[in-house]
Write a protein that binds this ligand. Structure first.
Ligand code: MRU
Length: 346
């Protein structure tokens, strides 16, 4: 079984990831041949973005299954708990990671026998990856209806092809609108400190010939005030049951600004990012990352030695600031508590 996109390649024996730490200066690839190598790639952000992390972890689980294989099914299931634990212990905020690992574990338990189990798990990981592409295209179709010809969309971080198996969520909406023939322009926030907007969003949109203008994060408010922005679309790492949205640090600030300027603020996210077990944004674990991400920029120190630093990788945007959540099952409007639940009832 094989799969190849810009973000990842599953060759049947290894998971090859484009090294997202190095884009746009060089295009290099990291090959993962063991589940521990996949865990390191997720932790070190070779691969990032909630759905891409989920799919990578699923392939990591397959590699782990090959490493842990024993003839006794129950012993095998037990050994796979360790694989799941190592892969889960990489990044805490994006729920797609846990969603994908739980799906792999549930499938393993349901399969219930040792004969053919490795092939079965590989097929399930492949399903997760292929479904992600289909889901993003559906998000794109629903979301594109919200955009008019000539709109300029502000986005934050990278919720594009690179953050998913392919096509993207927030950038998928933009791609779909462009495919429908609409002229859409994008303003990309650079997204300090990790610069996913400057490095990744700008790169992948330019590659597709989509009109993108890069701004630094402190320019979004002024751009809105000047009337340059018609809509904001971002991705999500976890949507709580009440509609609170965890996404890249700085998203909350953009949402507040959008409200101030009467600009719609949309979140594009697959249902695998919606976590009804997390009641509100307060219950979402927010990853804190190393201080050098803030004290340094492009490998160069920009702050005094020893300065105190706070570096949360994500923030939570209150549901009341979110105009709508675009999913593969349709566009969800408030009241979120009620309407998000309905997505899982059909
Ligand atoms: O720290 P990152 O780069 O993994 O954060 C990514 C984001 O915050 C994305 O917006 C989110 O995962 C949605 S990706 C479709």
């Amino acid at each position: 079984m094989k799969l190849k996109t810009m973000t990842m390649e599953w060759t049947g024996d290894e998971l090859i990831l484009i090294d997202q730490r190095k884009i746009p200066l060089v295009e290099e690839y990291v090959s993962c041949k063991s589940y521990k190598e996949v865990a390191v790639a997720i932790k070190d952000m070779v691969v990032r973005g909630a759905p891409a992390i989920g799919a990578s972890a699923a392939f990591g689980y397959v590699l782990g299954a090959r490493e842990m294989f024993v003839e006794d099914f129950n012993a095998f299931v037990k050994k796979m708990e360790e694989v799941k634990e190592v892969l889960a212990n990489t990044r805490p905020t994006a729920v797609n990671l846990f969603w994908a690992l739980n799906r792999m574990e549930d499938s393993l338990k349901k399969y219930g026998k040792i004969e053919g189990v490795l092939e079965y798990l590989e097929e399930e990981a492949m399903n997760i990856a292929k479904e992600d592409i289909e889901v993003n295209k559906a998000i794109g179709r629903y979301g594109a209806e919200l955009l008019k010809d000539g709109d300029t969309v502000l986005t934050h971080c990278n919720a594009g092809a690179l953050a998913t198996v392919d096509y993207g969520t927030a950038l998928g909406v933009i791609r779909a609108a462009v495919e429908q023939g609409k002229k859409i322009k994008v303003f990309a926030d650079e997204t300090r400190p990790y610069l996913q907007g400057a490095r990744l969003t700008a790169w992948e949109l330019m590659k597709d010939g989509i009109d993108v203008t890069l701004i630094s994060d402190n320019m979004s408010g002024w751009s809105m005030k000047l009337g340059k922005i018609n809509a904001v679309i971002v991705g999500a790492d976890r949507v709580a049951a009440n509609g609170d949205v965890a996404n890249k640090i700085g998203t909350y600030m953009v949402a507040v600004l959008a409200k101030r300027h009467g600009i719609p603020f949309y979140v594009a996210a697959p249902t695998s990012t919606i976590d009804l077990n997390t009641k509100t944004g307060k219950d979402i674990p927010i990853e804190e990352r190393k201080h050098t991400e803030v004290t340094h920029c492009g490998g160069k120190q920009i702050a005094p030695d020893g300065v105190k630093v706070f570096n949360p990788a994500f923030d939570v945007t209150d549901a009341e600031l979110v105009t709508a959540i675009i999913t593969e099952k349709g566009v969800v409007y408030p009241p979120y508590e009620e309407n998000l639940k309905k997505l899982f009832e059909e």
